[in-house]
Design a protein around this ligand. Structure first.
Ligand code: NIG
Ligand code: FE
Length: 411
């Protein structure tokens, strides 16, 4: 099956296969071709170039993209998309003045979602999650990471990861899974937190690893959650099973999560709303990807990750949604890109680099996703008729997507 797309107003994010991530000043550059064609062979990009160089081909299907911009699908490297029910009651509590921390201390927050998750059946959890996955696919997400972490028991953590695996089997989208048993301490371990770390290390991890349910290991390293020592123990235990760390750090406080993540070659360190100069220095000279989650900052009214400071230090940055019922009930990468431009002063070029190729890197998918490159997956967003790509973050409340192509198929 050969699909030919013609008359593309602008084809964005053209990269050589050797490019793994974009850092510092280079993030301001978004290579493109104006008045372009693109050829898809089955599920991959076969060729592209200027319309005047269009070779003679026998296409099964032709799409005329006159007036439209094409870019690689969004790569969402941080989500908690598998969850049960919602928490709009806590949302109202926050409007009325309670903080995220106060709500958690009242037994709300992650533990509220954990209770719902422990009670829901596998099939209902699958149905709720599939609906969300379909929604984000329609919004242009072409590969995604999904975490556990609302189970907090052996069985419920496994249930979450199995739902994510079933989604991966049934939907035409690349899904990476992360084990986040260390998301919060269940109430019964309140007085003996290390016993819960024991449960993670001695029971959850071996079962999850033996069933091949996770690619990565995550810990919510934060004041009141998992301390640095507990985080390091879990990272080391995960490493025994080949699980690479991708961590929640510095959402509310800087307690050494960045240093422990860098020390253990974390693939990514996510949140970073609070970033000290020492943290920034630790990230330099590492291959670890800093990940910002602006719709979480927006929803919780907490500081935005200092993207300018990170980029101006020569580092790369990724943008992801953090889709979850507590801090970010939205999986809309278009909103993330717009918010990064509006609130974090990232340029449209930086934001698009951060939400595509750098996101792919943060899931080890950079050889197959995140750019317009011959041989990579044909995962594309075709916009509506727009003047320039800056219109995507500018018109932040509009859906500017005309067509989504996933693995060569029009969705
Ligand atoms: O990434 N910060 C930790 N975990 C989630 C929120 C969890 C929740 O409130 O349910 C996050 O923001
Ligand atoms: Fe998160």
């Amino acid at each position: 099956m050969t699909t030919l797309i013609t008359n593309i107003k602008e084809l964005l994010q053209i990269r050589d296969i050797s490019i793994k991530k974009i850092s510092g000043k280079a993030m301001k550059i978004l290579p493109s071709i104006k008045n372009a064609f693109l050829i898809i062979e089955n599920d991959v990009i076969l060729d592209f170039g200027k319309m005047k160089d269009l070779p003679k081909i026998n296409a099964t299907k032709t799409i005329d993209a006159t007036g439209k911009i094409i870019l690689p699908s969004w790569c969402d490297s941080h989500t908690h998309l598998v969850y049960a029910g919602n928490r709009e009651g806590e949302f109202v509590d926050r409007i009325n003045g309670l903080s995220y921390e106060e709500i958690a201390n009242k037994g709300g927050g992650i533990l509220n979602s954990a209770k719902k998750l422990q009670e829901i059946s596998f099939d209902d959890l699958y149905k709720q999650s599939a609906k969300r996955l379909e929604e984000v696919i329609a919004l242009g997400t072409g590969c995604i990471e999904i975490k556990s972490g609302y189970g907090l028991t052996v069985d419920a953590e496994i249930k979450m990861l199995k739902v994510a695996k079933k989604l991966a089997k049934n939907y035409n989208i690349s899904i990476k899974t992360t084990f986040l048993g260390a998301h919060a301490f269940p109430l019964k371990y309140k007085e003996n937190k290390n016993a819960y770390v024991d449960l993670i290390c001695n029971e959850m991890l071996p079962k999850i690893a033996s069933e091949n349910l996770a690619d990565y290991i995550d810990v919510f390293c934060e004041t009141g959650y998992f301390n640095v020592e507990q985080t390091e123990r879990i990272i080391l235990e995960g490493k025994k099973y080949g699980l690479i760390p991708k961590l929640h750090v510095n959402q509310f406080t800087s307690i050494g999560g960045v240093q422990i993540g860098v020390k253990h070659n974390a693939l990514s360190l996510d949140h970073l709303e609070i970033l000290t100069d020492n943290d920034l220095n630790s990230l330099k000279n590492s291959e670890t990807m800093p990940v910002a989650l602006p719709s979480c900052s927006y929803f919780l009214s907490i500081p935005y990750t200092p993207a300018r400071k990170i980029i101006d230090a020569g580092l790369p940055i990724t943008l992801a949604t953090d889709y979850n019922p507590g801090s970010t009930p939205s999986g809309n990468m278009n909103f993330v890109v717009a918010t990064a431009c509006i609130k974090m002063k990232m340029t449209p070029e930086e934001a698009i680099n951060a939400a595509t190729i750098n996101g792919a890197y943060a899931m080890n998918l950079e050889t197959t996703h995140g750019s317009i490159t011959k041989g990579k997956k044909a995962n594309l967003i075709i916009t509506k008729n727009i003047n320039s790509y800056a219109f995507i973050p500018y018109a932040f409340g509009s859906n500017l997507i005309d067509t989504v192509i996933l693995n060569g198929k029009v969705i």
